[in-house]
Design a protein around this ligand. Structure first.
Ligand SMILES: Nc1ncnc2c1ncn2[C@@H]1O[C@H](COP(=O)(O)OP(=O)(O)OP(=O)(O)O)[C@@H](O)[C@H]1O
Length: 367
């Protein structure tokens, strides 16, 4: 299931138009516009053994990897989009083309009217980039000196620099380590420094590539709340690639899901869940758990509570799955309360991770 950029907002689960061109003239111009983007990596085929090196040079055969195989999407100002996919799907390659680090094999990208790889400097002023695995800070300098250097490099007006430094220091809790050399910072501190450095010159767009990788829960939450604040207060447009779907649940209303260089899904998270996992679970802990398990098979129990499709015993809890479009939550709860003494009860939404696994499981296998 693929959606073209112009279809996404109105019909998130419709098939894509073949050409991916925008037809709606009244639509506002998107901040980021990507059309049929492709990137092919060619590596010389290596021959081994006696005279292999010579053959490699002479035959000039190549191994071709289609890292990005025709991706199109639009992103409006102020959107916060999760760009997701399994290892090797083409996420980093796409981000590298959007940031101007890589030149595509074909296709177009416009970022606020700029073709990133043609006007790298103009593009650099309007984007902030954080790669979780790499730092743009000066390793041997105190963190504050990296900020000062960025202030000079980007010609940030004095007032803007000081206002941003003060705000980010407060929001990211950096006061205690501003004077510490970057190489002595913990990963969580360094990531906060990187995030602040990426935003010091007020870019309109922030690209985050695995920004919470390796962080503990507290550090992750700090990063997430900072990104949410930038997006809400400053309308910063954010594109986030991550394998941590809690980042996505917490931050993104829209996701673009890619696989083998192609878009599998582009739309909002709620619509994705409604399509692939149209259920809720009532999770109950009952006083008579033992007797429930002894006297009622899952099948019998689901017959007792009308509208419940599936019942699972999960440790001390019973999980009853139902479709909220067919049966009211209140009716399911009432049916359970009528029969059992309930100690605890919760309604749980399907988790994005399960939904995405389901999509990968259902996709056609590679040719
Ligand atoms: N410089 C390169 N030369 C050759 N192949 C490359 C290069 N960079 C990426 N690839 C290949 O392109 C494909 C997409 O890689 P990419 O790094 O974009 O994936 P990804 O979705 O970011 O994966 P991950 O989640 O593991 O970071 C992979 O098959 C990868 O091996």
């Amino acid at each position: 299931m693929v959606t073209s950029p112009e279809q996404r907002s109105t019909a998130a689960v419709q098939p894509a138009a073949a050409d991916g061109a925008s037809g709606a003239s009244a639509e506002p111009i998107p901040l980021i516009r990507v059309r049929d983007l492709r990137k092919e990596f060619r590596r010389p085929k290596r021959h081994h053994g006696f005279l292999g090196g010579l053959r490699t040079l002479v035959t000039r055969q190549y191994t071709v990897t289609q890292a990005v195989a025709g991706v199109s999407f639009d992103i409006a100002e102020g959107e916060l989009v999760g760009y997701l996919g399994p290892n090797g799907a083409g996420k980093s390659t796409t981000i590298k083309m959007l940031t101007g680090i890589l030149v595509p094999t074909s296709g177009t990208v416009e970022v606020a009217g700029v073709t990133p790889w043609r006007e790298r400097e103009r593009n650099a002023r309007q984007i902030g980039v954080v790669f979780g695995q790499r730092s743009q800070l000066w390793w041997d300098l105190p963190l504050i000196d990296s900020f000062k250097l960025i202030g000079k490099l980007y010609d940030i007006p004095r007032e803007t620099y000081h206002a941003n430094l003060e705000r980010f220091t407060e929001l990211l809790g950096m006061a205690d380590f501003l004077d510490t050399p970057v190489r002595q910072l913990s990963l969580g501190q360094r990531m906060r420094g990187d995030l602040a450095a990426a935003m010091l010159y007020n870019p309109r767009i922030l690209y985050l590539d695995e920004p919470t990788i390796g962080l503990d829960v507290v550090a992750k939450e700090r990063m997430r709340s900072f990104v949410a604040e930038l997006n809400r207060q400053d309308r910063t447009t954010v594109i986030l690639t991550t394998h941590d779907l809690d980042d996505v649940e917490r931050l993104c209303s829209r996701i673009v899901l890619i696989d083998r260089g192609r878009v599998l899904y582009d739309g909002d998270v709620a619509a994705l869940k409604a399509r692939y996992a149209p259920y809720r679970e009532l999770v109950v802990q009952v006083a008579d758990q033992g007797s429930v398990q002894e006297t009622a098979t899952a099948h019998e129990l689901s017959a007792l509570v009308p509208g419940v499709d599936q019942v699972r015993f999960d440790g001390s809890k019973v999980r009853l799955r139902f479709n909220p479009e067919r049966v009211q939550v209140a009716d399911v709860v009432a049916a359970v309360l009528e029969r059992h003494r309930v100690l605890d009860l919760a309604i749980v939404e399907p988790n994005l991770e399960d939904v995405i696994h389901q999509i990968y499981d259902e996709r056609p296998t590679a040719a």
